[in-house]
Structure formats: C-alpha cells, structure tokens
Design a protein around this ligand. Structure first.
Ligand SMILES: [Zn+2]
Ligand SMILES: [Zn+2]
Length: 234
C-alpha cells in the first residue's frame, strides 16, 4: 500500500509530492487514513524556515482527522480499526507514567514525538501515530474538516476560555460582566463559540479586530458587540 505525501525537503522551497510505502503501525501505535489536515500558521513558519527545528525531509501537518487503518492490537484503548478519529499530535515517549496518564506534553523523558513537527505528519494519505492512546473518537455529528482543527486551534482557544472561567464565573455571580476577546482569526472564532457555551449567560462578549470582515464572522459566531480597532498610526 502506498501513500502520497507533501514533504518539506528544503526550507523556503515549495513542498514536494512524493509517493512511498505506508509504514506499518509501530508498537503501541496506529496508522490513520487522513481525511482532513489543517494548515496551521506554524506549518507556514516551518516551510519558511523560521523554526528550523525539523529533521528534513519531513511531512508537515499536525491538525489531523481520519479513520484508523490499522493499529497494534495489544494497545488497550476504546478506539478500534475503522473508527473516525482525531490525532492529538503532541506525543511523548509513550512509556513513562505521565504518558500513561495521557499527559505526553509533560513526558518525564522529555521525548517530543509531535506529528508534523518532529515526526511525519498529516499532509499525506496516511499518518503514523506513535501512541494509539493519542487517538480520540469523533462523534458522527462532527464533520471531519471541523474535527481536525480541534486538537490545535480549538484546544488552544478552549484553554484560554477555561483559564478565565473561574474568575468570570465569580464576577458573574455578583454582577453582569464583559469579556473582551482580541483578534478574530481562527483561534478567536473558536474562542467566541466556546465562551458562548461555557460562560454564564449574563456575560457580554466583546470582540475586537482591525479587520471588519473578521468582525462580521465574529458576529455570526455569536459575539454580542464588536469593536473595530484602528491599526497602529491610523
Ligand atoms: Zn496548529
Ligand atoms: Zn513519556
């Protein structure tokens, strides 16, 4: 079985389309047939050579959804071959106690097995996930092009909202309050939708950006008030 991949071969040059054999699932890991792979700004930085931390050639793409094609049958997980999944791309050593707890980002052995940054990623027909426990099932109600964004931009925005939540909940118990979200790009739009779901209903969401089109998207996503900021010097 072969796969087509877009590889970063040289910084500052376009990605190169290559066809090669699909690797088999490593011990403890899985192979996922990619449905969607988001293009993150860090992928752009990588191609431009701003990060320069990769061993080239490398398949970029860390925002991945797909279907489990095969996996190490000895892994104890509720995910099985054929399931729709997202790949949480920040893998660790898969052996230490923190990786076992599902905290690979705090890996005691400081191993960074990140798909699309340090190991091959999702700009391919198939991606190898080093640890099948990093696969999360996608409900049928969630489209794959939305699901692929959840482990990166969606999770980042969720973290921001979850961090302010205790303080905002405390304020909202005593008085109406307002939350200002700055920047209505991809992350900002996630933040609006997540804040609408998680924060109390008497919290007013104000969204600011320098781009009126982005503010229109923020309004569609559910923000209450938009503020058009001028660019520096204007
Ligand atoms: Zn990303
Ligand atoms: Zn570890």
């Amino acid at each position: 079985m072969s796969r087509r991949s877009q590889k970063l071969v040289e910084y500052g040059k376009p990605l190169v389309l290559v066809t090669e054999q699909v690797p088999t699932a490593p011990r403890g890991g899985a192979v996922v047939q990619v449905a969607c792979a988001g293009v993150c700004h860090s992928d752009i930085h990588a191609t431009e050579g701003i990060l320069q931390q990769q061993n080239l050639p490398l398949i970029l793409g860390h925002e991945i959804s797909g279907t489990v094609a095969n996996m190490d049958p000895t892994v104890k997980t509720d995910v099985k071959v054929g399931d729709r999944v997202v790949v949480y791309s920040m893998g660790g050593c898969s052996a230490c106690s923190r990786c076992a707890e599902g905290r690979p980002i705090d890996c005691l052995n400081r191993v960074v097995n990140t798909n699309g940054a340090f190991i091959d990623g999702g700009f391919s027909d198939y991606v190898v996930c080093p640890d099948a426990k990093l696969l999360l099932k996608v409900p049928d109600s969630v489209a794959m092009d939305t699901a692929c964004l959840l482990p990166c931009s969606g999770l980042t925005a969720y973290n921001a909202v979850a961090t302010i939540m205790p303080t905002v909940n405390d304020f909202a118990r005593h008085t109406d309050c307002t939350v200002l979200l700055v920047g209505m790009g991809g992350l900002g739009l996630w933040a609006v939708q997540i804040a609408k779901q998680l924060l109390p209903s008497n919290v007013r969401l104000v969204c600011a950006d320098v781009d009126v089109d982005k503010l229109a998207s923020a309004k569609d996503a559910g923000c209450d008030v938009t503020v058009h900021w001028g660019k520096e010097g204007q």
